[in-house]
Design a protein around this ligand. Structure first.
Ligand SMILES: Nc1ncnc2c1ncn2[C@@H]1O[C@H](COP(=O)(O)OP(=O)(O)O)[C@@H](O)[C@H]1O
Ligand SMILES: [Mg+2]
Length: 133
């Protein structure tokens, strides 16, 4: 990390009923990745309310992900070894676990990315958690 700008945007107070610890775990994973894979530019964290859901998106101007690597992104121990990229610490479990957690919470995670430009991960979770985990 050299010089990145972090920004946070939320529409005032957004509260959800659910599992606080697990929700934080997912958001921290996504923000941690964004910061780790971005050397310059910015990381933007936004939360917005949708129809019965809250969407937390984490957007970065980092190294991005090649189209062919997108499908393995959420695999256990899945780490992308791009040529010329410095090796970063990690287990390759963060996104795998985040997706499992999102599922347990009745939500989901989606990823969009352009290699060399940046990535956006969006974590959607229901405003009201109903049963399950
Ligand atoms: N914001 C991001 N920008 C670029 N690559 C990412 C980003 N988030 C995840 N990745 C890629 O997906 C892989 C898996 O992420 P994750 O499961 O969190 O593992 P880890 O952070 O331990 O490497 C990372 O190793 C990296 O190659
Ligand atoms: Mg990670």
């Amino acid at each position: 990390m050299e010089d990145i700008r972090l920004s946070l945007e939320t529409p005032g107070r957004l509260s959800i009923r659910g599992d606080e610890w697990r929700t934080k775990q997912v958001i921290m994973n996504l923000v941690g990745n964004a910061v780790k894979f971005t050397d310059s530019g910015k990381v933007e964290i936004k939360a917005a309310r949708g129809d019965g859901v809250v969407e937390v998106s984490v957007r970065d101007t980092g190294i991005g992900i090649a189209r062919e690597d997108m499908k393995a992104l959420f695999n256990a121990f899945g780490r992308i070894r791009a040529k010329g990229m410095p090796i970063k610490e990690g287990t390759g479990l963060g996104l795998y676990l985040s997706q499992k957690i999102a599922d347990l919470l009745g939500g989901s995670i989606r990823a969009e990315s352009v290699l060399g430009k940046g990535s956006e991960f969006t974590f959607t979770l229901p405003l009201e958690y109903k049963g399950g985990a």
